[in-house]
Structures are given as C-alpha cells and as structure tokens.
Design a protein. Structure first.
Length: 314
C-alpha cells in the first residue's frame, strides 16, 4: 500500500507525549513508521518511540537541554502539551501553552526544518476569536525572545492570578502566531497549522468540568455528538495536518468539535467565547474569588485524592 501520509522515517517531535492527545499522536506516528521523539515532563514507556526526552516547558533551560537531544534536522513538530489553568497559576499556564511553543519554533524549528517541514499546534476552541481580539496578545507575537515574552506576561497579570483566564488568551495567541508564521514560512515550503479541539476525555477532564460548572454543562458544549471526544479522535486530524495528505493546507485553524461552533454560527447554541479574556480586570480580588469558588469542587477532589493516597501509604 502506498504511504499516503508520508511519515515513514520522518523525524517527528511530539510534546505532551505521555498522556491524552499527545500519547495518541505518538502511537499513530509509530504505526506510520515515523521516528518519534517523545517530550514530556512525565516519563513515557511506549514500544517503538525513538527516544523519550524529559522536559519542563515552563523552563527555558530545560527546553534548550531537551532540544539538544533531538536530531539537527526535524521534519514534523506536534505542539500538543498544554495546561488548563485550573490548577496552575497565570504565568505557568501561559508559558507552557504559548511561550514554550513560540520559543521552540523561533530558536529551533526555523533553523532545523527545510522544504516540506510541517508544524501543528494543538490550541483549543477556547482560542476562537483570535482574529477579533488580537490587540490583547499581539504584543506577545511581536516579542523576539523568551525574556521579552516573560516581561510582557508579568505586565499582563500577577503571578498568583488564577490560570483559568490565561488558558483562552494563550490559545488565541497561539492561533494568531500560527497564522502569521504560516505566511512567513510559506516561501520556504514549510506548512504551519493549528488544531482546535472541543472538549476531550483526557487527564484534564476534571479541570474542564470544574471550569464549566459540572459535567452536564461541559457535555452541553460538545456539539452534535453530546459526548467528549476521545484522544484518538483529536490525534487523527492532527496527524493529517502534518502529513503529505494535507500538502496544500497551511495557515488553517482546524476546528474539531463535532459541530459545536457551527451551531453557534447558526444561532442554535449560545456563544460563550465572543468576549475579551486578557483584560486586567480579571486580576481584581473580587473576580479572583469568583473564579476560585468555581474551581472549588476540583480542589476538594484533589484533597480527597491526596488523603486517599496518604491512607494507602500508611
């Protein structure tokens, strides 16, 4: 059978490879005979990967060290790793979701990719309206270095600000960066796209459930399927975007949400994303208290799990 996807012997880098969409992506790439370098802060044990590389995407030095362990030539990059912001602060959430992806791209991918290279970032339907509200994050796109982006981030919010609002801002910023990058790298025949998943059954399910106000509310946002997507259902179109099958596709924010956004467009569903998310008003104590209250069920579950683990140890 012809290798339609064109991954055989290709050097593929996957972040967030230890679980969820990242792990499903790695498994598919292995089946397609790619050489997979799996990056994550947690160890991954999967037969067929070329190499596991530990990395903390919240740390520039850790990223630099990890990228020295991958080949000097890279064919495809899958930026899957991300944080919901429900259990991490504003700085860490935005850094992992956006700054790390841009830094890897600017410092390494641009230098190690040649004709036919492909880049795909996993963003989110939480990153819709990236074109409408670009004034909130365009400064991050214009920043040239890691330190410049960190300085802008520190001006954006306080360190202890809850990460829940950094999530949609970071995803919008990454979609916008993807679009500009696709035009920039087009003459070099390097394609760049992003995948915008709807609610997916990953390890962050409880976090998104808490943010939505319960599982019923989360399911209500899932479009015609009325269920969460499986990691494999998101990984498959991601694999497509970076493959030879999508050779004429670049600059595309591909929405994979079982029609949820289409229902919004047709006014069959309430639009909850058409709003500014980067305003400093979210730093105010009263807003932070409301968000913390919304996340309380998640914190209670975490406390129960910790107590259970301590009991089992004793």
């Amino acid at each position: 059978m012809k290798d339609y996807y064109g991954y055989k012997n290709k050097i593929c880098i996957v972040t967030g490879a230890a679980s969820g969409i990242g792990k499903a992506t790695v498994e598919l790439l292995i089946d397609l005979n790619a050489e997979v370098y799996a990056l994550d802060i947690n160890r991954i044990e999967l037969p067929g990967i070329k190499k596991f590389i530990e990395v903390d995407l919240n740390n520039k030095e850790s990223i630099d060290k990890a990228m020295q362990e991958v080949p000097s030539h890279i064919d495809s990059f899958f930026g899957v790793a991300g944080l919901s912001g429900a259990t991490t602060n504003y700085y860490k959430t935005f850094t992992v979701n956006y700054i790390a992806n841009k830094y890897i791209t600017e410092e390494y991918l641009k230098k190690r990719m040649s004709y036919g290279g492909t880049i795909a970032y996993v963003t989110s339907t939480g990153g819709l309206y990236w074109d409408k509200y670009k004034d909130e994050f365009e400064k991050f796109t214009n920043a040239k270095t890691w330190n410049e982006m960190i300085d802008i981030l520190h001006n954006q919010a306080k360190e202890d600000t809850l990460g829940i609002m950094a999530y949609p801002l970071s995803k919008r910023a990454l979609n916008y960066y993807m679009a500009k990058l696709a035009i920039e790298l087009g003459p070099k025949k390097i394609r760049v796209n992003s995948l915008l998943p709807g609610s997916t059954n990953t390890g962050m399910k409880k976090e998104f459930e808490a943010e939505a106000g319960g599982m019923e509310s989360l399911i209500a946002e899932t479009g015609t399927a009325q269920r969460l997507a499986t990691p494999e259902e998101i990984a498959k179109p991601l694999i497509f975007l970076n493959s030879d099958m999508a050779s004429f596709i670049t600059g595309l924010p591909l929405i994979v949400d079982s029609g949820a956004n289409t229902m919004v467009i047709l006014k069959q569903k309430k639009d909850r994303m058409n709003m500014k998310v980067g305003s400093k008003i979210f730093n105010l104590g009263i807003i932070q208290k409301q968000l913390a209250k919304q996340l309380m069920p998640l914190q209670q579950d975490s406390q129960k799990e910790s107590t259970q683990e301590e009991t089992e140890i004793l």
